[in-house]
Design a binder for this molecule. Structure first.
Ligand SMILES: NC(=O)C1=CN([C@@H]2O[C@H](COP(=O)(O)OP(=O)(O)OC[C@H]3O[C@@H](n4cnc5c(N)ncnc54)[C@H](O)[C@@H]3O)[C@@H](O)[C@H]2O)[C@@H](O)CC1
Length: 487
């Protein structure tokens, strides 16, 4: 499990040490870590001595880190060039650079093979427009954060220089793992500067391979089909029968004990043609240990009555439930309240558009300014929705955010734009449903953690599927099997 801290929390932790007079030591540790990564990048490309490294240097301590790093690099024979972005630079850092034989220039020299972005770190406020830098050749290493990335949210309000590597200090910051910030950061390396004991609880976490495999692992020797999880699927309609197949196929690809399908004949026939092992019928009676409802359900009376039947089945037996796609437009607050009082774990799985509609319809008290919040700070938007509706929210997007009503939050970045194609959401619903069904007796992991494990598998499978060229979502279940087989 990877853990991240907000930029604000990291600054608060630093404050404790600054007040104890350790500011210079912290900065030198950070700069030494930055210089070490820069040296590694240079060595991977050729000789170090004589090569030009430039740094865009801001007016604050982020610039100070860059100046100290340049001073260390100069001592390795690097032509170290500071390019100020404002009217002043960190004094001690500048003195160290000049003493080591470095220089100051007013533009990034064309000869620079590596550019350090040391303009803005956790002290950035609002947007920033980067200066012109020579195109192409230079590797970009961001100091703490790519300048212009909000360390708390990942939002980029202005411009940004995309980094190949970001060397971040003290802890991995939330802004480096969410949305545009994650995209701009490139590979992230964390340099320990001794903030650990002062950091407090993490802001968000990310499920990693072994955490996901703890949910989607192979069966135990004494498992049987009912102990491996039975997932009920209420998806598909005469209009959208394919959604039923995609949900069932992706769930089966995880090695569930059984999938039970509830839906109309046309969709059921397609499901059975693809997977004769599915138990299909029109209603919900059976042995399901969790349900997925919504993909391809439509919005007519029949869709509503099918949703109501699944909600009633979950309330009766206290089963976990995934509400996706059409179900998000049909579910009522009263349904969520009944599910909550019956002790059912509920996961809502909207994309951004569905989230906005859901909030408008069911949570008008938080709707004011919500669209802007969802764009700038998807973690806060998912958290606020989860807290208001009392259900876990898995918000799909370039970063998938899984938030619980109590604030526990996971962010997953395994998937990329290749997943932006019809039907991949249906596959994800099947994976979340599978995670809930196969762990229904497991009191150790929260619903959001299980949803995040499904998001990990979905994103990783998407990447795997894309290796074979552009793909449609019907290729996802095979990719899911491949990912699980390779681990
Ligand atoms: N405080 C500490 O003890 C440590 C800080 N470190 C570094 O210090 C950074 C934080 O330093 P600061 O608090 O000085 O903040 P920054 O250096 O991130 O930025 C503050 C400076 O940038 C200016 N500024 C803010 N927003 C701007 C915008 N949109 N456009 C143009 N200029 C803008 C401010 O006027 C101020 O001069 C961290 O990111 C990290 O790199 C590290 O050295 C580790 C130790």
């Amino acid at each position: 499990m990877q853990t991240c801290y907000s930029g604000t929390a990291v600054r608060a932790a630093e404050r404790t040490l600054l007040d104890a007079g350790q500011g210079e030591a912290l900065m030198r540790r950070a700069a030494w870590g930055l210089a070490t990564v820069v040296l590694r990048e240079l060595r991977a490309r050729g000789p170090v001595s004589g090569t030009t490294v430039a740094a865009l240097v801001g007016t604050g301590n982020n610039g100070g880190d860059a100046l100290w790093a340049l001073a260390f690099l100069r001592r390795r024979g690097v032509d170290a060039v500071a390019v100020p972005s404002g009217e002043r630079m960190h004094q001690a850092g500048l003195a160290a650079l000049l003493k080591a034989g470095g220089r100051v220039a007013h533009a990034v020299p064309d000869s620079a093979v590596l550019l350090i972005d040391g303009v803005l770190g956790t002290g950035a406020r609002g947007g920033w427009e980067p200066p012109r830098v020579p195109e192409g050749a230079a590797v970009v290493v961001a100091c703490d954060l790519p300048s212009g990335v909000d360390a708390d949210t990942g939002h980029v309000a202005g411009g940004v220089i995309p980094a190949d590597v970001t060397v971040t200090f003290g802890a991995l910051k939330t802004g480096l793992v969410v949305g545009a910030g994650a995209h701009a950061a490139g590979r992230v390396e964390v340099v320990d500067i001794g903030l650990g004991p002062h950091l407090g609880a993490p802001d968000v976490s990310s499920v990693e391979c072994e955490d996901a495999l703890a949910v989607f692992g192979p069966p135990a020797w004494d498992d049987h089909k009912y102990s491996r999880g039975v997932l009920g699927v209420c998806a598909g309609s005469d209009h959208y029968p394919g959604a039923a197949v995609l949900v069932c196929s992706s769930a089966l690809a995880t090695g569930l004990g059984m999938v039970q399908y509830a839906g109309p004949e046309r969709a059921a026939d397609l499901v059975l043609a693809a997977h004769p092992e599915v138990v299909a019928g029109p209603g919900t009676e059976g042995k399901a240990q969790a349900w997925v409802v919504g993909p391809g359900l439509g919005s007519d009376k029949d869709a509503l009555s099918r949703l109501n039947e699944v909600v009633a089945a979950c309330v009766d037996a206290g089963l976990p439930l995934v509400l996706d796609a059409s179900a998000l437009a049909l579910v009522e607050l009263e349904d969520l309240a009944r599910l909550r009082s019956a002790g059912c774990d509920v996961a809502l799985t909207p994309h951004q558009g569905e989230l906005l509609k859901l909030v408008d319809r069911l949570a008008p008290e938080i709707a004011d300014g919500f669209a802007d919040l969802a764009k700038a700070d998807p973690v806060a938007a998912a958290r606020r929705t989860a807290e208001t509706l009392g259900a876990a929210v898995l918000l799909k997007g370039s970063t998938t955010v899984c938030a619980a009503p109590d604030g526990q939050t996971f962010v997953q970045n395994e998937g990329g734009a290749e997943l932006a194609t019809a039907g991949t959401g249906d596959c994800l619903a099947g994976l979340v449903g599978s995670a809930l069904a196969r762990t229904s007796g497991d009191g150790q992991r929260s619903t959001v953690e299980k949803a995040a494990a499904a998001a990990w598998l979905h994103g990783t499978a998407g990447k795997r599927a894309a290796e074979g060229g552009p793909f449609g979502s019907s290729r996802m279940p095979v990719a899911v099997q491949t990912v699980l087989a390779e681990r």
